[in-house]
Design a protein around this ligand. Structure first.
Ligand code: NAD
Length: 495
C-alpha cells in the first residue's frame, strides 16, 4: 500500500506515529493509499523547521519572493494536467472541474506575485516639526493552514500564496481524505526555488490540528472546513493567543424573481447545484422561487437533470463524479429518505438513478416544497441535492435568506436592476451574485461569508489575506541636532 508522507525541509519525511488513514479512489470505492497522521513530536518537528526558516525567508527580498512565485505559477501551469489528475483520483471531481479549481487557485498566486506593491506601507513627512511617521507591514513568523477535502489544490493556494509572499513560513495541514495534491504543490515550490522550511506539509487529523492550535511558535491559523470544526478552531486558537480566520459551512440560496428568464435561471441553478456533486461551499443548495415562477422553474430544472452524465473522471463524457466517501454518500442519501415525512416532495431521487456499479456515486436529486424546520433545509447537505422553497414575495425571500444560520453566498436572478440593488443592500450574506450563481470573488477581492460561515474578523485571500498574514509596525522618527536636546516630562505633543 502506497504511503503518503509529510513534507518537511523540502523533502518527504515518514512518520513513526503508527497511525494512518485510508485514502480512497471515490470513483471505484477502493482504498488506493494510506496517509500518515502526525504525532505531537512530528508537529513539533515541523514547527521547528518552519521557525528556523522564517527568519531567513523574512530577510529575502520582495523581488526574490515574487520571482519564486512567478516560477511556481509557470510550473503549475505547465503541469496542471498532472495536478488535476491527482485531484480527480482522490477527490472524485471530473478533470474539467479539477482544472477549474487549479485555475482559480492560481489567481491567488498571481495576486501574490505583486507582493512588492501589496506590502507598501505609508509615510508621513513632518507629522510634527522634524518628525516623520511611517508604518510598515511585517510577517507573523510561522503560520498554519488547515484545509478541507473539497478543494485540495485551490484552498491551500488561497492561503499559502499570500502567507509566504508576506514573508511567513507556512505549514499546511491538508485534508486526510485527499492529501496528495499538497505534496505535488510542495515539490513544485521547491523546484521554483523556495528554501527548505518555508512551505511544510503536515499530514494529520484532529490530533495534529490540536497541537498546532496550542503550539507557542504558531502565530496564526487559517481554517476552511465545516462549521462545528471552524467554531472550535476559532475558540481554541484565539484562547491560545493566535490570530484565527475560520471559514465554515454554507447553505447558499438562489432567489429567482418572477421576471427572471426561466431557462437561464434553470441552467444556472443546475450548474451551481450539481457541479462537483454539490461538494462546494459556494454551491447553490436552495432555489427560492418567488411567486408564479415556481412551477415553470421546477419543470425546467427537472427536465435538465436526466441529461447530466454521472460517472468516474476517467470517462471523458462524465460531468459529475462521486462523493468523497461511502459514509458521506449515505449521509446525503439520508436527507432524501427523511424529506417526505417532513412534508417535502422528492421530485428527482438520486438514490434510484442508474449509476456506476462501484464507487461512492449518488444521482442528482431535487426536493420541492421545502421549508425552514426541515432537516434538508436547516442543515448543510454538501451533496448533489437541490431544494426548492416557494415564497410569495421578494420580502419573504429576503427574510428567509436572512434568518438562515449560514451566510456564505447567495444569488438573485432577475432583469430588474432596482430589485437586484435592493437585494445587495438588504441581504445578510457575505458574497452576492447578481445573475451569477457562484459568486466566488476574484483573487484581488477577498472571500468570506457572514454568520456561521466565518468565525473571526478576517476574510480570506486578496487584500484581507495580506492584512491577515502581516502585522503593522508604526515608527515615529526624528533626527534632531543634539544641541537642542533637553529634558521635558510632559506628554509629547505635536508641534
Ligand atoms: P472538515 O471540517 O471535516 O475538515 C476540515 C479540516 O479540518 C480537515 O483538514 C480535517 O482534517 C480537519 N478536522 C476535521 N475534524 C476536526 C476536528 N474535530 N478538530 C480539528 N480539525 C479537524 O470539513 P471537510 O468535510 O473536509 O470539508 C467540507 C466542509 O468545508 C463543508 O462544510 C464546506 O462547506 C466547508 N467549506 C467551506 C468553505 C468556505 O470557504 N467557507 C470552502 C470549502 C469548504
Amino acid at each position: 500500500m502506497r504511503t503518503i508522507e509529510h513534507w518537511i525541509d523540502n523533502a518527504l519525511v515518514g512518520s513513526t506515529s503508527g497511525r494512518t488513514a485510508p485514502v480512497y479512489n471515490p470513483a471505484t470505492g477502493q482504498q488506493q493509499a494510506q496517509v500518515v497522521l502526525a504525532s505531537d513530536e512530528e508537529v513539533d518537528a515541523a514547527v521547528a523547521s518552519a521557525a528556523r526558516a522564517a527568519r531567513g525567508w523574512r530577510e529575502t527580498s520582495l523581488s526574490k519572493r515574487s520571482d519564486i512565485l512567478f516560477t511556481f505559477r509557470h510550473l503549475v501551469v505547465s503541469r496542471r494536467a498532472e495536478l488535476a489528475e491527482i485531484v480527480t483520483s482522490e477527490h472524485g471531481k471530473v478533470p474539467s472541474d479539477a482544472a477549474g479549481e487549479i485555475a482559480r487557485g492560481l489567481e491567488n498566486v498571481e495576486f501574490a506575485c505583486g507582493i512588492p506593491q501589496l506590502l507598501k506601507g505609508s509615510f508621513t513627512e513632518q507629522a510634527s516639526t522634524g518628525v516623520d511617521v511611517y508604518s510598515i507591514r511585517q510577517p507573523l513568523g510561522v503560520v498554519a493552514g488547515i484545509t478541507p477535502f473539497n478543494f485540495p489544490a485551490m484552498v491551500p493556494m488561497w492561503m499559502f500564496a499570500n502567507a509566504i509572499a508576506c514573508g511567513n513560513a507556512f505549514i499546511l495541514k491538508p485534508s486526510e481524505k485527499d492529501p496528495s495534491a499538497s505534496l505535488f504543490i510542495a515539490a513544485l515550490l521547491k523546484e521554483a526555488g523556495l528554501p527548505p522550511g518555508v512551505f511544510t506539509v503536515l499530514q494529520g487529523d484532529k490530533g495534529a490540528v490540536d497541537r498546532l492550535l496550542s503550539h507557542p511558535d504558531v502565530a496564526a491559523i487559517s481554517f476552511v472546513g465545516s462549521t462545528p470544526v471552524a467554531r472550535s478552531i476559532y475558540t481554541h486558537g484565539t484562547a491560545h493567543g493566535k490570530r484565527v480566520q475560520a471559514l465554515g459551512g454554507a447553505k447558499n440560496h438562489m432567489v429567482v424573481l418572477p421576471d427572471a428568464d426561466i431557462d437561464m435561471a434553470a441552467d444556472a441553478a443546475v450548474s451551481a447545484a450539481y457541479g462537483s456533486a454539490g461538494e462546494r461551499c459556494m454551491a447553490v443548495s436552495v432555489v427560492v422561487a418567488v411567486g408564479g415562477v415556481a412551477d415553470p422553474l421546477v419543470d425546467a430544472i427537472a427536465k435538465r437533470l436526466p441529461m447530466i452524465e454521472v460517472g468516474p473522471g476517467s470517462q471523458p463524457s462524465a460531468e459529475m463524479g462521486p462523493l468523497i466517501t461511502g459514509e458521506h454518500r449515505d449521509k446525503v442519501a439520508g436527507y432524501l429518505a427523511d424529506a417526505p415525512a417532513e412534508g417535502a416532495t422528492v421530485v428527482v431521487d438520486g438514490r434510484t438513478a442508474q449509476l456506476p456499479a462501484e464507487g461512492f456515486f449518488l444521482g442528482v436529486s431535487l426536493i420541492d416544497n421545502v421549508r425552514p424546520g426541515m432537516r434538508c433545509y436547516d442543515e448543510e447537505i454538501f451533496g448533489p441535492v437541490l431544494s426548492i422553497v416557494r415564497v410569495d414575495t421578494y420580502d419573504e425571500a429576503v427574510a428567509l435568506v436572512n434568518t438562515h444560520q449560514f451566510g456564505n453566498g447567495t444569488a438573485i436572478f432577475t432583469r430588474d436592476g432596482g430589485a437586484a440593488r435592493s437585494f445587495q443592500f438588504d441581504i445578510n450574506v457575505g458574497m452576492v451574485g447578481v445573475n451569477v450563481p457562484i459568486p466566488v470573488p476574484v483573487a484581488y477581492y477577498s472571500f468570506g461569508g457572514w454568520k456561521a460561515s466565518l468565525f473571526g474578523d478576517s476574510n480570506m485571500y486578496g487584500p484581507a489575506g495580506i492584512d491577515f498574514y502581516t502585522r503593522t509596525k508604526t515608527v515615529t522618527a526624528r533626527w534632531p541636532d543634539p544641541a537642542t536636546s533637553q529634558v521635558d516630562l510632559g506628554f509629547p505633543r505635536t508641534r
